[in-house]
Design a protein around this ligand. Structure first.
Ligand code: DGL
Length: 266
C-alpha cells in the first residue's frame, strides 16, 4: 500500500514521535489519529483499551490505505501490538520505554521510569526492567495528571512551574540520575521537567529509536514498490474522536496539518 503513515495516540503525545519521524522521513504523507474521547489511556481497563484501539485503528487503516502504523503511545503499546499485528497486513511499530539505554547511561545505576499508571502496572514493563535494568535500582512513577498538563500545553494554555513541582517532587528527592519519559506526552513538557529536576538528571525518551525503525521499514518498502510511489503527493491529516478546541487546532496547524476532522468510528 502506498498511503500515509498512520501515527496513533490517545492525545497529543504521539506528536512528539511524529516530530522525530518527520525529521528522518520528510517526504512522506502522515495521518495523525488520536482517541481523545477516551483519554487518558493510563486509566482505562485493559480489555476496553485493546478493543477500542483495534476497532479505531483497523477502520482508519482501511479507510486511508495506510502503509504503516505507529502506535505512538506506550500505554497502548504494552497491550495492543499482538492484536493489531494479527489483524493487519502492514507493519505495526510500537513504542517501548527507554529502559535499556537508561540502564546503560546511568552512572549511579539508579534510574526512574515516569509513565502512565497503566504502563507502570503492566507486566510488559516489569519484564522490560528485569531484562534490561536488573543491575539498577528502578523507581516507578505513574501520573495521568502530567498527561493532562501536556494536553493543556498543546492547546495553548500556560503551564505553571509550580504544577510540575507538585507532581514531580518525589522524583527530585529520589537520587536518580536518569529518568525515562515512558509516556509520549512527556517530551512535550521536557523543558519544564528538566528545569525542575535540574541538569543532574538525564531525561530519555524513545522518539529517535522509533523514527529509526520506521525509516528502515519505509526504505525497505519503497525499494520494493518504487513504481507505486511515483507521483505521490505529501499530506498531513489529523483525525480525532472528540471535537477539539481552537487552541489545539492552531497547534496542529503550526505543526503542519492541513486537514483535520473527526475520525470515522464505524
Ligand atoms: N501518550 C500515551 C503514552 O505514551 C498515553 C497517555 C494517556 O492517555 O494516558 O502512554
Amino acid at each position: 500500500m502506498s498511503g500515509p503513515i498512520l501515527v496513533f495516540d490517545s492525545g497529543v503525545g504521539g506528536l512528539s514521535i511524529l516530530d522525530e519521524i518527520r525529521r528522518v522521513l520528510p517526504d512522506q504523507s502522515y495521518c495523525y489519529l488520536f482517541d481523545n474521547a477516551r483519554l487518558p489511556y493510563g486509566e482505562l481497563e485493559e480489555q476496553e483499551l485493546i478493543d477500542g484501539c483495534e476497532a479505531l485503528i483497523t477502520a482508519t487503516v482501511a479507510q486511508l490505505g495506510a502503509s504503516l502504523v505507529v502506535i505512538a503511545c506506550n500505554t497502548a503499546s504494552t497491550l495492543v501490538l499482538p492484536v493489531l499485528r494479527e489483524a493487519l497486513t502492514i507493519p505495526v511499530v510500537g513504542v517501548v520505554p527507554a529502559i535499556k539505554p537508561a540502564a546503560l547511561y546511568s552512572q549511579a545505576k539508579h534510574i526512574g521510569l515516569l509513565a502512565t499508571p497503566g504502563t507502570i502496572k503492566r507486566s510488559y514493563t516489569h519484564s522490560l526492567i528485569q531484562e534490561f535494568a536488573a543491575n539498577c535500582q528502578v523507581e516507578l512513577y505513574g501520573s495521568s495528571e502530567l498527561v493532562l498538563l501536556a494536553e493543556r500545553k498543546a492547546s495553548g494554555k500556560q503551564i505553571l512551574q509550580g504544577e510540575i513541582a507538585q507532581l514531580l517532587s518525589p522524583i527530585k528527592v529520589s537520587g536518580i540520575d536518569t529518568l525515562v519519559l515512558g509516556c509520549t506526552h512527556f517530551p512535550i513538557l521536557k523543558d519544564e521537567i528538566q528545569q525542575y529536576l535540574g541538569g543532574g538528571v538525564l531525561l530519555l525518551d524513545s522518539g529517535k529509536a522509533v523514527a529509526a525503525r520506521v525509516s528502515s521499514l519505509i526504505k525497505e518498502e519503497s525499494k520494493l514498490n518504487k513504481r507505486q510511489r511515483e507521483g505521490y503527493s505529501k499530506e498531513m491529516i489529523a483525525l480525532y474522536t472528540l471535537e477539539i478546541g481552537e487552541g489545539l487546532k492552531k497547534s496542529l496547524a503550526e505543526f503542519g496539518f492541513s486537514t483535520y476532522s473527526k475520525a470515522q468510528t464505524g
